[in-house]
Design a protein around this ligand. Sequence first.
Ligand code: PEP
Ligand code: MN
Length: 339
Amino acid sequence: MIVLMQVGAGRDAVAAVVARVEAAGCTAHETRDEGRAVLSVLGRGAAELREPLAALTGVERVVDVAPPWKLASREWRGTSTVVDVGGVAIGGERGAGGPLVIAGPCAVESWEQLESTARAVKAAGARLLRGGAFKPRTSPYAFRGLGAEGLRMLRAAGDACGLPVVTEILSPADIDLFVQHADALQVGARNMQNFPLLDEVGRVDKPVVLKRGLAATIEELLLAAEYVLARGNSRVILCERGIRTFETATRNTPDLAAIPLVKELSHLPILFDPSHSSGRRSLVAPLSRAAVAAGADGLLIEVHVRPEAALCDGPQALLPADFAALMHDLRAIDSALRR
Ligand code: PEP
Ligand code: MN
């Protein structure tokens, strides 16, 4: 059950709701939504609290929400959530600004590589810059990123070309560093169910890009988002990045159905990552076009100025010129859909 407080309801009113819930042996998890408190009320007997809670001062509405992802559910929030990342809005209706694209290299490798890629993606119309400084690699011997130095470079490159930055956090211990340097914290596929990390990013005031796990169901993705929301951070952006199936011709199997399905089930924005979904440069453009047509709220695309020399994920990186051509197509698809 979800209790929506009125905009402007004070802390006393919220505390009174929580006290009533706890007196009944239930629990309340609070998040904020457009300036109001929203409480997820759980426990045996929660249903009987419907009327008493609706009568309390400051309560606007009490809504029964069937799915286990309560705060993430579309059932209580008719409209889609718009998440602000460093001044860029993600989610909601198709905007006049065209398709929202986050682009950049898989990993921050050097200032030259990052800055030239950042300038190229900005010129082509990307709205945010991506780049991993702490890389989760399958092999411990692979390039694992430049660490804190890479994070500082990413910030500097974003500032230099006027793009907010998104980067992956691997450990709860690094949270302060990431809060200082990043505009959005990415929780990668391998960490989608790292519950201490979800708790930690749920506690801070930064948007979170939560990627679907390698073998996670959509239900598991939404419940991972619920962890972040239940800690009080309402700025969650989901990302479909392909799942593992029996098919090995592509790195992962892109699940395009997840885009419209997540939008049916949840009010949270959903991005699509054609790069990790397919692992192949030649498939990035067709999948990107399909994802925009399927209603994705944005794309996360890997671009590299010299993919053949990339330290990570070169085979799936677009060259800047191919990225620019793709952006042109995406704008055309997006405006056709807005008509
Ligand atoms: C990434 O986006 O850099 C990444 C590692 O992706 P994923 O977590 O989806 O594998
Ligand atoms: Mn990558």
